[in-house]
Design a protein around this ligand. Sequence first.
Ligand code: NAD
Length: 283
Amino acid sequence: MGDGKYSRPPKRKPGLTLIRVVVAGAYGRMGREVLKTVWQAEDMVLVGAVDVRGEGQDVGPLWGAPEVGVTLQGELDKVLAETRPDVMVDFTTPDVVAENIKTALHHGVRPVVGTTGMSSRELEEIRALAGELKLGCVIAPNFAIGAVLMIRFAAEAARYLPHVEIIELHHDQKLDAPSGTAIKTAEVVAAARGDFRQGLPTEVEKIPGARGGSFDGGIRIHSVRLPGLVAHQEVIFGGLGQTLSIRHDSISRESFMPGVLLAIRRVMHLEGVVYGLENLLFE
Ligand code: NAD
């Protein structure tokens, strides 16, 4: 049990419109952090929590608080029907996220999605559905402002130093590789440097995969998975007699929470899918 500091929702200004939030993947590492953050937000109310693990448990103890009166439930569809939220925040797994988003949209609920690993076909289906239903949806492979800036700076650097490799490092329970952030970085770098191909065509890998995954134009992406890591990435540029490294480290999951809060607030006023936090930050 914690010290009770998070046992009460924050004091709220009278007349403030509260955003009703359900969290999917609530038992997971990110889900717990989102539960705590939403619980503490003065303009939000946590109305439901969904996970296939921990069903029936009160969610307060998941972030070290006493019981708060919201219990984990297994079926998203049922929770959305019963609690009628404004927003569903999803930090689940690549195999269920697209279905969760569609379920939310069919209930008139706006999704804010951090789960990575969705296919481009799934993304297109969701774009079409959100557009048709005229509902906002934010999908961001990285909610940390520092990571968004890293990608922006990488795009700038790639115009002058087009030889690039990306090393991303995450905890060893991460399901997808490379990370959504690494793919996004490679896309942005490839677009910024135009028609360019790097690498030595005659090189030989003595161990398959030694040179990492190959993205468009020969951009190599290397994925490191180790306990102790959270989410980190280094983008290394090589030029004549010099290198430039742009590195971002999420040293705790708190790093993602300002971005998640921003997305919950902004999704209420959007129509259709916004992909990437940068499109909310640098419009
Ligand atoms: P985790 O494994 O700790 O949590 C995932 C949770 O989803 C688990 O508790 C699991 O039981 C639950 N789940 C699985 N199927 C479900 C279903 N059908 N309905 C409801 N819940 C279900 O993983 P994590 O470290 O919290 O990461 C979750 C996702 O978020 C991953 O895809 C990860 O890559 C991504 N992530 C994104 C960001 C970002 O900024 N966008 C940051 C960190 C992690």
